[in-house]
Design a protein around this ligand. Structure first.
Ligand code: 5RP
Length: 221
């Protein structure tokens, strides 16, 4: 199966977690397939909250109402992809630059369903460059602080987040304790969010393989 077929397969499987109400929608190419699948059951939901302007535009194109997160009291399910994920369901996200809004919607959601193809499952996070969103005037300071921690930060060129900020992509990190590093990096002045999703990991991973979709829950600690 081609990678896009795997993404489509897992995106369709995620529909089984949608039980009406408001659906939280992440961003990225796998989520785009989920949005297309969600359109086929749009009559059964009240609308969506989106983690990026791009996802909001795609939802609207399908005639799905997009609500502001501030106007919503609960998000029963949030569906999003990942750049890397471990068996503990810790993730690196933000390859598409939407990490901050993704983390906010994930924080509100009762259930986070991560949808990936099998290439995203890794034993240790860090091969994928860790995105860190920074406010523009703090770029150099945050870059130095990240370098002090062993990272090789690189400014994402010609890129601004939906929040008007910059992204530093950090190579060279082997993330052995994701919750600890997530907290530590968030303490650097000027960091808006980093792309480690470990303090609020996914609840379920739907992993598309050539043999079909595997469902993984988190390993016990
Ligand atoms: C965007 C993300 C995406 O979920 C992540 O980049 C995966 O994207 P794709 O499904 O295109 O591989 O975190 O900020």
């Amino acid at each position: 199966m081609m990678q896009d077929e795997l993404k489509q397969l897992v995106a369709r499987e995620a529909l089984t977690y949608v039980r009406g109400g408001i659906v939280g929608v992440g961003s990225g190419s796998t989520v785009n397939f989920f949005i297309d699948a969600l359109a086929t059951i749009k009559g059964r939901i009240d609308g969506a909250v989106a983690a990026s302007e791009a996802s909001a535009a795609r939802l609207r194109k399908h005639g799905i109402e997009v609500l502001e997160l501030n106007d919503v009291s609960e998000v029963p399910v949030y569906v999003d992809g990942a750049d890397e994920i471990t068996e503990r369901l810790y993730m690196i996200k933000g390859g598409g630059g939407a990490l901050t809004r993704e983390k906010v919607v994930a924080a509100v959601a009762q259930k986070f369903v991560c949808i990936c193809d099998a290439s995203k499952l890794v034993p240790v996070l860090g091969k994928f460059p860790l995105p860190v969103e920074v406010i523009p005037m703090a770029r150099s300071h945050v870059g130095r602080e990240l370098a002090r921690r062993g990272a090789e930060p690189e400014l994402r060129l010609n890129y601004k987040t939906d929040n008007g900020n910059l992204i530093l992509d950090c190579r060279g990190l082997s993330i052995v304790d994701p919750p600890a590093l997530e907290s530590e990096l968030n303490q650097i002045a000027g960091v808006v969010t980093n792309g480690i999703f470990a303090r609020r990991p996914a609840d379920v991973l739907l992993l598309a393989t050539a043999e079909g979709v595997r469902t993984l829950g988190p390993l016990p600690l």
